[in-house]
Ligand binder design. Structure first.
Ligand SMILES: Nc1ncnc2c1ncn2[C@@H]1O[C@H](COP(=O)(O)OP(=O)(O)OP(=O)(O)O)[C@@H](O)[C@H]1O
Length: 493
């Protein structure tokens, strides 16, 4: 619907700012224009909105040159929202919004019709400015003004909305509300959107297509996944960038790393831990945050943590809301929930196995409790029943190494393989199927890394880290199960 063909333009013919830009935006698409300061975004916006003449190339609207449309025709189709928040006269909010209806008003003595008033009310409601409708526009805050000007643009009932940094004065709530609203109009009314956005993560969430402008040219035009190209972004923005994924929306999200993070001081693994234990809780505190991967009741996924807790519960513990319970226990111990991994076990905590080892220069520490009354052979699908007795293998593993997120997953695999081998060698059986168990039905694990030393994506059985994980988990789980068996007086399955 909007086509830019070899567009060249700027403030002087001798030194164009936009140097041959090609772009096609389909009807109903949300297009985001991205680029660093001075890359030419506003200049391109001015060319598209007609504030600057084209030096070369074509700008087409529905296949016809934009210049062939009359002013009124353009005003009926296109609404423009710039960063300019000043208006010349002392208008009220309602008067400003009524200006949006101007292109649709008929007759010589243009006045607001019933339909105009209905549309004005509708856009004031959706943008949340109805409460300001009788106020003087100049007396509003920057964010309120921005929403009023959006309401005016929407009152125009445009087919195309051109936005220059529409959210730069807005807080997070209003940023998301405004973009949600524009997105809704895009879906329900087929609105086509061309928006300059500075926030790459916001652009990723809302834009169907986006382009990265650099020195007046597009480096790339594509969907949000083009933002996964870290090297390209780092080159353009001169910032260390890591592309990750939004946990709910299937779109990339970018994490920027401050330069100071490169210069972290190295600390001693041995001196980094404080160990507290009573009959209710094993608490391993790390003075430095550790990069951890876990399926703990709290602190699950890949995060940074400083507190690692294994809580004792009675065998008949009613686990209706284990998250709430662990949060409450952490609160009582004054341990910050948001920095903690929390797991629980019915095993006596005094049977914990703490195992430290340095393997070829890499320090490891395992803290393991094990009960196997609830052992399960995961490969046997026939006999899927609720636990007979409570029993859990809880593994905490601390390692002085630096892993990527993929490496963390790899480490979890290595630890699981070693746990399964320990159960196999001890002939722990699934009491229902009578076959060798692979774990218990409620096992928890956390692998926590200092992120010191050279970064590696590998922690499998072909690596020293993987072997170390395997060795510590195997030894630790074996000893912990032996202690458990001794306590309950069962020596063989
Ligand atoms: N009125 C002007 N006359 C001459 N040069 C200008 C004018 N406005 C902008 N420029 C120059 O054009 C180049 C691109 O500026 P532009 O405002 O288009 O960048 P931008 O990508 O929108 O930047 P920002 O993110 O900082 O808003 C800059 O080098 C700027 O100095």
């Amino acid at each position: 619907m909007i086509e830019l063909k070899r567009l060249v333009g700027g403030y002087s013919p001798e030194k164009p700012i936009i140097n041959g830009v090609d772009l096609a935006i389909k009807r109903g698409d949300f297009f985001a224009l991205l680029g660093p300061n001075g890359s030419g975004k506003t200049t391109l916006f001015k060319l598209v909105t007609g504030q600057l003449p084209l030096l070369e190339g074509e700008l087409l609207l529905s296949g016809k040159p934009l210049s062939s449309f009359t002013k009124l025709e353009k005003a009926k189709k296109i609404a423009v929202l710039t960063q300019e928040l000043q208006v010349s006269f002392d208008y009220t909010v309602e008067e400003i919004i009524s200006l949006g209806r101007y292109p649709h008003q008929k007759g010589l003595l243009k006045s607001l019709s019933k339909k105009d008033k209905e549309i004005m009310q509708q856009v004031m409601d959706v943008t949340g400015v109805t409460i300001h409708k009788n106020k003087q526009f100049r007396k509003l805050s920057g964010g309120e003004k921005q929403r009023v000007l959006l309401a005016k643009s929407l009152a125009q009932e445009p087919a195309i909305l051109l936005l220059d940094e529409p959210t730069n004065h807005l807080d997070i709530k209003h940023t998301f509300h405004m973009l949600d609203l524009i997105k809704e109009w895009q879906h329900t009314k087929g609105l086509t959107v061309f928006a300059i956005l500075h926030d790459l993560n916001v652009a990723s969430l809302y834009a169907d297509r986006l382009a990265l402008l650099h020195n007046g040219r597009f480096l790339e035009v594509g969907d949000a996944d083009t933002l996964r190209k870290e090297e390209q972004l780092e080159k353009v923005y001169d910032v260390l960038i890591k592309a990750g994924s939004h946990p709910v929306v299937p779109k990339p999200q970018l994490l920027m790393t401050p330069k100071l993070e490169d210069k972290k001081e190295i600390y001693s693994f041995d001196d980094n831990f404080k160990f507290d234990m009573d009959d209710k809780c094993i608490h391993v505190q790390s003075f430095k945050p550790l990069r951890s991967i876990s399926n703990g009741v709290i602190g699950e996924g890949i995060q940074w943590h400083r507190h690692f807790c294994n809580f004792h519960v009675e065998k008949n513990y009613n686990c209706d809301n284990p998250v709430k319970d662990i949060e409450e226990w952490l609160y009582q111990k004054k341990i910050p929930t948001e920095q903690s991994v929390g797991m629980m076990t019915a095993v006596e905590l005094s049977d914990v196995v703490i195992y430290k080892k340095e393997i070829k220069g890499i320090a490891f520490m395992a803290v393991i409790t094990a009960g196997v009354g609830n052992a399960v052979d995961i490969t046997n699908i026939e006999l899927c029943q609720s636990p007979v007795t409570i029993g859990t293998i809880n593994i905490m593993l601390f390692i002085d190494a630096h892993l990527t997120d993929g490496g963390l997953v790899n480490g979890m695999m290595s630890a699981t393989e070693a746990k399964v081998k320990a159960l196999h060698d001890l002939e722990v059986q699934d009491p229902i199927s009578g076959t060798i168990a692979t774990g218990t039905s409620t096992d928890a694990m956390v692998l926590a890394f200092t992120q010191q030393g050279e970064k590696t994506p590998y922690a499998g059985s072909g690596t020293l880290i993987g072997k170390g994980i395997g060795h510590l988990v195997y030894e630790g789980v074996t000893k912990a199960i032996q202690k458990y068996r001794k306590r309950i007086g069962q020596h063989a399955w």
